[in-house]
Design a protein around this ligand. Sequence first.
Ligand SMILES: Cc1ncc(COP(=O)(O)O)c(C=O)c1O
Length: 350
Amino acid sequence: MVARTVDLRSDTVTKPTAAMRAAMANAEVADDVLDYDPTALRLETEMARVTGKEAALFVPSGTMGNLISVLVHCNIRGSEVILGSNSHIHIYENGGISTIGGVHPRTVKNNDDGTMDVDLIEAAIRDPRGEIVYPTTRLICLENTQANCGGRCLSAEYTDKVGELAKKHGLKLHIDGARIFNASIALGVPVHRLLKAADSASVCLSKGLGAPVGSVIVGSKSFIARARILRKTLGGGMRQVGILCAAALVALRENVPKLEDDHKKAKMLAEGLNQIKGLRLNAAAVETNIVSNLVSKVLECVFHSSSIHLDCKMLSQVSVACFVEYFSVDSTKFMREHENIHLLYISISA
Ligand SMILES: Cc1ncc(COP(=O)(O)O)c(C=O)c1O
C-alpha cells in the first residue's frame, strides 16, 4: 500500500501548512500599489533586517526579482552583466535580461563548487577605452546556493572578494539568493553576512522555505524605490498582497530552522543512491537540499512508501540498465520524458 508520496523534482512542490493558510485568511491587507499593504510592509521590514539591507520589496517570483534587479543596475541599454555559465538567470529565465532589458550577458564558467574564478571575472570586465565597440560592464551576478552546481554554498569570503573586484571597477554586485537561507544554515553564517558585499539580492520564499508564492528583493532605499516602479511596469504590482506575505511570514518564522533537516535528508539520499550498483554520486558535494548527480544524469525520483520501493524512476544513460533490472522501469519512455532533469531537490515536504 502506498503510504506517502515524496516528489523530489523541485523544492517548489511544497504545500502551504495549516498555519500559513490561517495566517492568509486572517491577514490584514490594504492596496499595496496605491500606497502600502501592512502585512507586505511587515514582511519587507523583516527581510530588510535579516539581510542587513536598507529596504526590501515583495515580488511575485524569483525570476521577476532577478530581472528587476538586473534592470535597475543596468538602466542603460547595451549594458553588460557578468554571470555564471550555469546560473539560473542565464539558463532558465527566458533571456529576460536581454529580451526585456537590452542587457547583454557575458558568462564566466562556473566551477563545480558554484564559484567563478575571480581572475576570470576580472578578465571578462570590458575595458571602457573600447566603448566604441564593446558593451559596458555594469554588473556582476552570483548565485548562492548555486542550484545547477548541486546547491553548493558560496562563502562570505568568496563573495567579499567578488564584491571588492566589483567596487574596484565601479560595478554593482547582485546575488541570486533564491536559497540563501539554505546557504546560511549549511555554512552557519548569518544571511546578512553572506550578502554584505552585495548591492542587491533576491531571496525566494517559495522554495526551501515553503511559502506558496513570492520572493523579496533587497538593497538600498534608492534601489528599492526604482525596483518598485519596474515591478509595476512588469505587471508585478499586486493589490491586497498581504494575503501572500502572511504565508511568507509564517514560512520565515517556522521553516528556516527545518532547513538543516532537509540538508541531512539530501545527504542521506545521496549516500543511499551511492549504494546502488552503477550509480555514482559525489555525496561529499551535497551541502544543502539538492542532490546532483554530476557523473551520471540523475532524473526524477518519486518514492512510494517510506520503504525502498521506488516507482517510476530515473537514471543516467550509464546506469539505466542497472536501474531497469532493479525496478522494472520502462527506461526508454522515462528517459524520453525526463531527459532534462538532473537534480533532485529536498524540501520541507519531503
Ligand atoms: C537559483 C534560482 N534563482 C531563481 C529562480 C526563479 O524563481 P521562480 O521560479 O520563483 O521564478 C529559481 C527557481 O528555481 C532558482 O533555482
